[in-house]
Design a protein around this ligand. Sequence first.
Ligand code: FES
Ligand code: FES
Length: 196
Amino acid sequence: MKHEELTLQINGAKRTGVFPRGTRLLDAIRRLGFTGTKEGCGEGECGACTVLVDGQAVNSCLIPTCQAAGTEVTTIVGLGGSERLHKLPRAFLECGGAQCGICTPGMILAAAALPPRPSLEQIRVGLAGNLCRCTGYMKIYDAVEQALGGPAPAATSAPKRVKRVAKGKATTKAKTKRRTPTSTPTPTRTPTKGKR
Ligand code: FES
Ligand code: FES
């Protein structure tokens, strides 16, 4: 298998690694030590692997690492550590928005991509690609609302997710699933049915 040397900008610092060609961004991030980024389904379904790429929430399990070269990648660590807790994880703690924590880094990063003072609908749509099987969703929505402020008077539409189609292994799912960081807009997603 061919390998490639790639340099990524992660949480403000350059990191270089040699990866088998086609390595998912999720795997590269974790191999570089950022294990706060979690893997759930590995298929673009659960959002556990969410990171920010140039400020947009993406499923890192769907993106070849080479597509992230030249971008700014932010993982949960990039929001700040426990000494200077970011307002989102602080609100998750205060509102009881996490139990097992597997979904939580992805939830928080998806929330970090929302506009200031999002409406409940914007929060629901913005987090629709992030599944939680422990906490239920209302406490998570409460936490996001607490952290980002109440809805602005003119808030009407939810932010759009964009999709970067992964080449090779991940392309089948990438055609139907959310967000990857290109300029191609995807239809606004509706929340998954079930425990919300
Ligand atoms: S691990 Fe589930 S969407 Fe990436
Ligand atoms: S807290 Fe366990 S999956 Fe969300």
